[in-house]
Design a protein. Structure first.
Length: 346
């Protein structure tokens, strides 16, 4: 005779509840909730006791029910232009760590520097209930800002700082930072300047960095129209190819200023391949001071961006807005020139 499964023993064990966790840990349900959603508000001993009960019971919070009750998902979306290199990695890591400490989760998308794709991703994150958004830079259609304002989605912009714009931001003045580096370059005798830039269309950071070089040239009595610029997507191979093109000119530059350290790494590798000595034959500078910059040979002169500080501040400001507090409209961070071996004096 074929028999079916035992109707008692085949049943799944009951799903553990918040009350079960509280009972096992010997605390209130409110304390369990704080441990799961706002760990910074609970002592370490209590948190360890609650999390031990959570692990033992295999408890998983019902985030759907919590979101409906609180009208909040405790999820924040971030859209970065690229994940193919380390430009945004350090800042985004600090952003995620701080959000976790504040009881929020992070969803990340990459727009590949395509405005239409970024707009699509913004709408998708809002549709999925993101409580707030982190976006990079200012340059996007006004319709996107109107869409976010209409739906009451708090948004913080990072990696840029324009105090005359209304959007909340945590960042730095790209134009002033590159201007300062260009002034340093020219103080060391360089006047034949070339630049390898990211694609300017849709990228206000790249445009502002080029503008900063031209500002410094103007102040020094040089014609900014004579700045030789190659625009290319951010990639080491593209930086190398652009550098090779610049070195084919009859009147070669004495310095190549790159829009970021990724392009500069490519330029430096190509200089070595061409048998050029850096900085004796040509100097090269970058921007961002990612980890790669310090281990290149020679190490890269660049602009240090406080990526981790920016990520932490953006997370705190965004959560501050989500929880109903007035927006901190603009937060400007300081950058600094890091002098290393790739920049020489003429």
């Amino acid at each position: 005779m074929v028999t079916g499964p035992d109707p008692v023993t085949s049943q799944s064990p009951p799903i553990p509840t918040l009350e079960d966790v509280a009972r096992r840990a010997g605390v209130s349900t409110a304390t369990v909730s704080r441990c799961l959603n706002a760990q910074h508000k609970v002592s370490q001993d209590t948190r360890e006791k609650v999390m031990k009960a959570v692990d033992a019971l295999g408890y998983t919070p019902n985030f759907g029910a919590r979101a409906m009750a609180a009208k909040r998902t405790h999820t924040i979306g971030a859209i970065v232009p690229t994940m193919e290199n380390a430009i945004f990695a350090r800042g985004l890591q600090a952003f995620q760590e701080t959000l976790h400490d504040l009881g929020y989760n992070l969803l990340v998308s990459s727009s590949a520097y395509q405005p239409s794709l970024e707009a699509e991703q913004i709408r998708a994150l809002v549709a999925r209930g993101a409580d707030g958004l982190l976006l990079i830079g200012y340059e996007r259609e006004q319709a996107i800002y109107d869409y976010l304002a209409q739906r009451g989605v708090p948004t913080v912009l990072a990696w840029a700082f324009l105090p005359d714009r209304p959007q909340a931001s945590v960042g730095f003045d790209n134009r002033a930072a590159m201007r300062k580096l260009a002034e340093t370059v020219m103080s060391m005798g360089h006047q034949k300047i070339a630049a390898i830039s990211g694609l300017v269309k849709g990228n206000d950071r790249a445009a502002d960095r080029l503008a900063g070089i031209r500002d410094a040239m103007t102040d020094k009595g040089l014609d900014p129209a004579e700045l030789v610029v190659i625009e290319t997507p951010y990639d080491i191979a593209n930086g190398a190819a652009a550098f090779a093109t610049l070195m084919q000119a009859d009147d070669k530059p004495t310095i190549v200023m790159c829009g970021n350290d990724v392009l500069a790494a490519g330029a430096l590798s190509k200089a070595v391949a061409l048998g050029l000595r850096v900085p004796d034959d040509v100097s090269i500078t970058g921007f961002d001071d990612i980890e790669l910059a310090g281990i290149l040979h020679p190490p890269l002169t660049t602009v240090h961006v406080p990526h981790r500080e920016m990520g932490r501040a953006a997370a705190r400001d965004l959560v501050h807005m989500i929880e109903g507090h007035p927006a901190i409209t603009h937060r400007q961070l300081d950058v600094a020139i890091v002098m290393r071996g790739s920049l020489g004096r003429l």
